[in-house]
Design a protein around this ligand. Structure first.
Ligand code: NDP
Ligand code: GDR
Length: 374
């Protein structure tokens, strides 16, 4: 009997998008295989709720060790799994860190994509396996035009973006050369309560919660003027799946169509706990003072300086302005965002306040808490 149940292989399954996408595909009845790295401590926090005991038969969520830099491992896994759909989400995804680790970033993010495409070709799966490549708005880099759409020229501004540019074009090339169903989703920034702690939004919502609870004095940030088109990861992973269900393989921009400076994200986060920030100074002297506080729990903060700019967070080359035009995704695939920025900030702040309350209990009980603020 032929099974109609689809099989997906997700690289980067332990990351923000990998976790949400796994949940989404499992709900749709997929068998989900995920690639995870071997690390010296557990790296599966985001997917622990999906974990299935390997001793149980008929599992539909299965994890495999591997790495995007290891061709034989990737080819063997694809040979074993024979997936209907591959979602290539694995990447060294931090733009600032890519300036520190450019060669590794090129290998994992650029050549890693080639390794998957070559495995599909080598195994003769071109007609069976569809592949989604996690492309990025960082490809647009230095502003050429706004809003940025599928036809806007690329001008990458970091080793990360350059590696992703290779991945973008090799995906297009394999589609054209070998007739593969290979697509790029050019996703603009998307965030959530499980966003990595060192990306700016999560750094802000964690720090705001910690400051409000008296666990931290100050938040140090870099460029407050950068503007980003921020959406919610839950909306964006739905679109990844929709892209692979379309009649033809194409490339798609996914964005909200609105842009906001980092400074405003800070203001909105503090406002969630009833704290009004007043920005004073300019550039590296910029500080955010607490002006008023209508929440009696946090009035102790009034008059305190809670934000400072630290030049160490500036990047050698910055991407100043991103704002995407999602018209194609909306009109051709019927995609809609369910979260706007206010709802995103609320979701992240509620989650981080709850998490930090746990830290507060621990601290009050005399136990050590996490003290790492990169
Ligand atoms: P995360 O950083 O949260 O997750 C990245 C994932 O890739 C993790 O599972 C990580 O494993 C894994 N990974 C990193 N290096 C390797 C490697 N060499 N081999 C195998 N796995 C590896 O990213 P997101 O979930 O936010 O993003 C998913 C993808 O989408 C990434 O490719 C990112 O570049 C891209 N993207 C993200 C956007 C965003 O705003 N979130 C926007 C546009 C594109 P581990 O957990 O062990 O670190
Ligand atoms: P980005 O996200 O570089 O857009 O890449 P990030 O949140 O790191 O930075 C956004 C903007 O905020 C500025 N910024 C700071 N950034 C960080 N991380 N830490 C700080 O302290 C800080 N202060 C200011 C940055 O300079 C930047 O302008 C994300 C990643 O998810 C990529 O993988 C993805 O491809 C793109 O989004 C779309």
């Amino acid at each position: 009997m032929i099974s109609l149940q689809k099989t997906a292989f997700i690289t980067g399954v332990t990351g923000q998008d990998g976790a949400y996408l796994s949940e989404f595909l499992l709900k749709k009845g997929y068998i989900v295989h995920g690639l995870k790295r071997r690390t010296s401590s557990f790296n599966t926090d985001r997917i622990d709720h999906l974990y299935q005991d390997p001793h149980v038969e008929n599992r539909n969520f299965i994890l495999h060790y591997g790495d995007m830099t290891d061709s034989t491992n990737l080819t063997r896994l694809i040979q074993e799994i024979k997936p209907d759909e591959i979602y290539n989400l694995a990447a060294m995804s931090h733009v600032a860190v890519s300036f520190e680790t450019p060669e590794y970033t090129g290998n994992a993010d650029g050549l890693g994509t080639l390794r998957l495409l070559e495995a599909i070709r080598f195994l003769g799966l071109e007609k069976k396996t569809r592949i989604y490549q996690a492309s990025t708005s960082e490809l647009y880099g230095k502003v050429q035009e706004v809003p940025q759409s599928e036809t806007t020229p690329f001008y990458p501004r970091s080793p990360y973006a350059v590696a992703k540019m290779y991945a973008f074009w090799i995906t297009v090339n394999y589609r054209e050369a070998y007739g593969m169903y290979a697509c790029n989703g050019i996703l603009f920034n998307h965030e959530s309560p499980i966003r990595g702690e060192t990306f700016v939004t999560r750094k802000i919502t964690r720090a705001t919660s910690r400051i409000a609870l008296g666990l931290q004095d100050k938040l140090y940030l870099g460029n407050l003027d950068a503007k980003r088109d921020w959406g919610h990861a839950k909306d964006y992973i739905r679109m990844m799946w929709m892209i692979l269900q379309a009649d033809e393989p194409e490339d798609w921009v996914i964005a909200t169509g609105t842009t906001t400076p980092v400074r405003e994200f800070v203001r909105m986060s503090f406002a969630e706990v009833g704290i009004e920030l007043e920005f004073i100074g300019e550039g590296v002297d910029e500080k955010g003072y607490v002006k008023t506080c209508n929440n009696p729990d946090y009035q102790v903060l009034i008059g305190k300086e809670v934000l400072a700019v630290d030049a160490k967070y500036f990047r050698p080359t910055e991407v100043d302005l991103l704002i995407g035009d999602p018209t194609k995704a909306k009109t051709k695939l019927g995609w809609e965002c369910q979260y706007d920025l206010a709802a995103l900030v609320k979701d992240m702040m509620q989650s981080d306040l709850t998490l930090m309350c746990k830290d507060q209990y621990l601290k009050e009980g005399g136990y050590a808490t996490l003290n790492y603020f990169e």
